[in-house]
Ligand binder design. Structure first.
Ligand SMILES: [Zn+2]
Length: 992
């Protein structure tokens, strides 16, 4: 975790070290870091180190990789280089690194114009091992033909060995991109990007268009690597507490012997359009879904160059002013018009491109209202220019920028990744890499510009939006035949292709596919396996890390306090017990959270509330969570409201929180409708991108009460429920208001509450002093009984969704945290994900992902697949995996890797708010540090025999349960049912 102080500069501009020249050294106080911009003299490689006292060090190597077509070459290359190099001649080095290191992050990203390979670790030896292997893979990959076929595309027969069966295309990226091309949100974004920058590389898809991917040739692929993956075109980014000189020594070794190879990878700018343009396309909806009012309309503008950081930041603020909050005037005009249901997810600014883009649009509109929407947007902008922006709205946005710059935040990504993203926005286009880091200075500067010219944002609206002809009207229409037409097109193309081949050629294709399968099934030779540097168990801490927690009581309400360095930010969680909420009210809980967070309160209208939140809080949200106790003697359920605030804003943040909880307005019906529509569309569009999560929830609901609730609140059942609530009749509205009112009375009382606080000592004291006022005003409340447990019924569900690929889940009931088998099952879920399922479902099956998860809290062990071309076959693999591990001892080497991987998962670093939150959840589960230590000890002590015996016993019992769910296209589900003894019961995702 970063500390208060800043590392002293150890070098200065002009210094020479290990063949590098220091170009610039700067201390950025607000970010607590010292930055070094450096160049490798011989190759010209660019280096940036952000030195900070954070032990989660990050290393990344990035290249500009402008695509030349839409074959997805940069993406397939990104997948392929990580397979192996001459020095590390493995089949899949990337997977081995995941399995055998304590990496806290390891991944690779293909952007429209760059490819970046980051790794992170908290252990120094591990960090350099990872960086060394990663760089070697990237610079000197083997790029075997087999890897290209596996990751990119290849031909095979639907029934291997039978050349009479259909000829099909397979490949990991090919299937991954089929998934992307099924998602309306991705299609929306793609359509805009390709047509707003038609004369640049942004008109191409670096990820790969499934129609075009099969055109990519192996030679082309090797050439591209030779050309762009040269040190001269490379940018090395490092962050963390390892000294700069150590990094330079390491890089000097890595770059030794490499020469300067100039390559023109510059990214051309798009010339401005002389006049606005229009484009239209289609997106998939389910065959029986209604298509009225399902059109999506966006307006997009091309703005300034990213290099001009000040203009970029001003535009970012302008975007926030226009559409960023409920009080934003353009957002309000669009929502209040009633022309559509909610704003499109692309609305706002996009800054990962050379020239910035701003979008605003509505979804679920009538297709004859397109012109009206265009006019509405332009008229609203005219009005905004005439009237100006509300002062508080501007202050609120400046506060948000200040807050997020100050906050030490690590979500699922390390903090270093956030900084890296920030740096690349300017660095990639040869701008100042540090321009975007010093937010404090930037905000000061913006404030001055705004004070000097209070109309600055109106003038920008005029210049960049109203007077800017580089504008696109992008329309997407729903097409129920989208997936079918696509499938047919591919089928036809394949049939034609098949006809063009002779029998001899067909046999050859089948043989090649068989060879590929053989290659995939082979294991690495012992020599290859031994080539990777090894982390020893002795390098990994034995002791669990603890989170400081003090138990207190304030006006009879229990309080947990975590004294942690938070850089002047207080995190407050109010956790209300909801276990006693009656069954018929349970489905309303998520809507309650959504509606309370978005309505007016205490005489403030909803937009005034939204401004108050932006001015006083760094963020505000709610969560519904549930689980078993560590010994499974009981379950718990909580509704948690969380906010964060700079210390100076704590009193007003608490007042705002009180108004939301106790003075909330449920009468503004139009606003309530809008919030429900937002929730419905949000849920609906998250189904396809996280199909495996929805499938896991659907299957798990058969087995335990917590998993049942999780599905009821966040799964397909919730989606259907919200769809019902969109009913606009008077009776429905009244019913909803009544139910929400009842819930508020039942939930928001003193005796349901637990308060969780995370801050430094003075911040904790400040919250304590102020929160008393809120507590006294809450009614005391009384305990009521819990409802009877709902009936848990077996699940065997096939849920039809408009997608070209499948998501398969098989769930089993997991033992509680304290059960002696839990540590082994957790370890086994990592091992299954990293090896057996990875190999059979991804490598051999061609799915984007195959994995397993263990969750003692929800009581669910699951097998999952993601963007999978198979269903029946995948369920069979799940079965075989159980058999395999029940009958075979893991080799000693794999055992050690599984232990390291499991410990790595336990030791995932958390940011301060995450640590406070996790400590609270542990409190609900009743997990003590002692229990955690014993869990950790059991992982260290795992042996192949123990794993086999535990799994054999567990699978034998647990696999009796019936809990399977598959999200896929209806035809695929029907097809799968033909091949399965246990049929899936087909359901529609949406109410017709
Ligand atoms: Zn990919």
């Amino acid at each position: 975790m970063p500390q208060v102080n800043i590392p002293e500069p150890t070098m200065q501009a002009g210094d020479l070290l290990c063949g590098f020249k220091v170009l610039r050294v700067e201390t950025i106080e607000a970010m607590r870091l010292t930055a070094y911009e450096i160049e490798h003299i011989k190759t010209g490689a660019k280096v940036l180190h952000l030195h900070a006292f954070d032990r989660e060090n990050l290393y990344a190597i990035g290249f500009r990789t402008p695509p030349e077509d839409s074959t997805g070459l940069p993406h397939i290359l990104e997948h392929s280089v990580l397979a192996g190099s001459e020095k590390y001649p493995l089949k899949d080095a990337f997977k081995e690194l995941i399995r055998s290191t304590m990496q806290t992050f390891i991944n690779a990203f293909t952007y429209p114009d760059k490819t970046v390979y980051p790794v992170a670790s908290q252990i120094r030896t591990d960090f350099f091992n990872l960086a060394r292997v990663y760089t070697d893979l990237v610079l000197h990959p083997r790029m075997l033909k087999e890897t290209f076929l596996q990751e990119g595309h290849h031909l095979e027969f639907a029934i291997p060995g039978n050349i009479e069966s259909d000829l099909i295309i397979s490949g990991i990226v090919y299937n991954e991109m089929k998934g992307v091309y099924s998602s309306p949100d991705s299609l929306m974004y793609k359509d805009i990007q390709e047509n707003l920058y038609p004369d640049t590389i942004y008109a191409l898809d670096s990820g790969g268009d499934p129609d075009v991917i099969p055109d990519l040739m192996y030679e082309q692929f090797r050439d591209f690597h030779r050309k762009y993956y040269a040190p001269t075109n490379a940018r090395f980014f490092m962050y963390g507490d390892i000294p700069t000189s150590d990094h330079l020594q390491f890089l000097a070794e890595i770059l030794d012997g490499l020469d300067r190879v100039e390559v023109d990878s510059s990214i051309k700018s798009q010339a401005f359009f002389p006049a606005p343009r229009r484009v239209s396309g289609t997106y998939p909806v389910d065959q029986d879904e209604s298509i009225t009012n399902r059109t999506v309309v966006n307006m997009a503008w091309m703005l300034a160059e990213n290099k001009d950081f000040e203009t970029a930041l001003l535009l970012e603020i302008l975007s926030g002013l226009l559409v960023g909050s409920a009080a934003s005037p353009l957002r309000q005009a669009l929502i209040d018009s009633g022309l559509g249901e909610d704003m499109t997810p692309v609305s706002g600014m996009e800054s990962d491109l050379k020239q910035l883009m701003f979008c605003a649009g509505l979804r679920n509109v009538q297709n004859n209202d397109i012109q009206k929407i265009e006019k509405l947007i332009l008229d609203s902008l005219e009005k905004i220019v005439a009237k100006g922006f509300d002062r508080e709205l501007v202050e609120g946005i400046l506060h948000q920028v200040e807050f997020h710059g100050k906050e030490i935040s690590r979500g699922s990504y390390p903090y270093g990744i956030t900084l890296m993203g920030n740096v690349f926005q300017t660095w990639l286009y040869d701008g100042d890499p540090l321009a975007g880091l010093d937010f404090a200075k930037a905000i000061e500067r913006i404030r001055k510009l705004w004070t000097d010219d209070p109309q600055i944002f109106q003038k920008m609206t005029q210049k960049w939006l109203l007077d800017n002809p580089h504008r696109l009207l992008a329309v997407l229409e729903p097409d129920p035949g989208f997936s079918r037409k696509n499938e047919e097109k591919v089928k036809q193309k394949m049939a034609v292709m098949k006809n063009s081949f002779s029998k001899e050629q067909l046999r050859e294709i089948d043989e090649q596919a068989a060879c590929l399968k053989v290659f995939q099934a082979e294991t690495d030779s012992p020599a290859a396996a031994a080539s990777l540097p090894k982390l020893r168990l002795a390098d990994i801490p034995r002791q669990v890390e603890t989170i400081p927690t003090e138990h207190k009581v304030l006006s009879s309400v229990p309080v947990l306090e975590h004294d942690l360095f938070t850089n002047g930010i207080a995190y407050v969680d109010l956790a209300f017990d909801i276990a006693h909420v009656p069954e018929d009210l349970q489905p309303y809980l998520p809507l309650l959270g959504k509606i309370m967070s978005g309505m007016g309160a205490a005489g403030f209208t909803y937009d005034e509330m939204s401004k108050r939140i932006a001015l006083n809080m760094g963020g505000f949200g709610y969560d519904l969570t549930t689980g078993f106790l560590a010994d499974a003697t009981d379950t718990w359920q909580k509704m948690i409201f969380s906010f964060k605030a700079l210390y100076r804003n704590v009193p007003e943040a608490i007042n705002t929180m009180y108004d939301i909880l106790c003075e909330g307005d449920l009468d503004h019906e139009a606003r309530m409708r809008d919030l429900i529509a937002e929730r419905k569309n949000g849920l609906q569009s998250s189904v396809v991108p996280s199909g495996h999560v929805f499938a896991k929830r659907a299957a798990g609901a058969a087995l335990t009460l917590p998993a049942y609730r999780d599905e009821q609140w966040h799964g397909r059942t919730q989606l259907r429920f919200v769809q019902q609530q969109s009913d606009d009749s008077d009776a429905a509205r009244k019913n909803l208001r009544d139910k929400l009112g009842q819930l508020k009375t039942i939930i928001f009382t003193q005796n349901n509450l637990l308060i969780n606080l995370t801050a430094e000592a003075d911040g904790l004291a400040l919250v304590r002093e102020n929160i008393g006022r809120l507590l006294i005003k809450l009614p005391a409340g009384q305990r009521s009984d819990r409802p009877d447990q709902p009936l848990l019924a077996p699940v065997s569900a096939g849920i039809a969704v408009p997608t070209q690929v499948s998501y398969v889940a098989r769930a089993m009931k997991a033992p509680p945290y304290n059960d002696p088998s839990s540590a082994i099952l957790m370890l086994a879920s990592r091992e299954l994900s990293n090896s057996y399922l990875y190999k059979h479902i991804r490598v051999q099956g061609g799915a984007y992902g195959g994995m397993s998860s263990f969750d003692a809290t929800l009581g669910i062990f699951a097998f999952l697949s993601y963007r999978d071309p198979h269903i029946a076959e995948t369920l069979r693999v799940f079965q075989e995996a159980q058999k395999f591990y029940s009958e075979n001892d893991m080799p000693a080497d794999d055992m050690e890797k599984a232990i390291i991987s499991a410990l790595g998962a336990l030791d995932k670093p958390l940011d301060p708010s995450g640590r406070g939150y996790v400590a609270m959840i542990r409190h609900f589960v009743g997990v003590t540090d002692q229990m955690r230590q014993s869990f950790r000890d059991q992982i260290f002590a795992a042996t192949p025999r123990k794993v086999r015996e535990t799994l054999a016993g567990y699978f034998e019992k647990a696999s009796q349960s019936k809990a399977v769910a598959v999200f896929s296209a209806q035809e695929k589900l029907n097809e799968a049912n033909k091949h399965m003894a246990d049929k899936l019961n087909l359901e529609k995702l949406a109410e017709a």
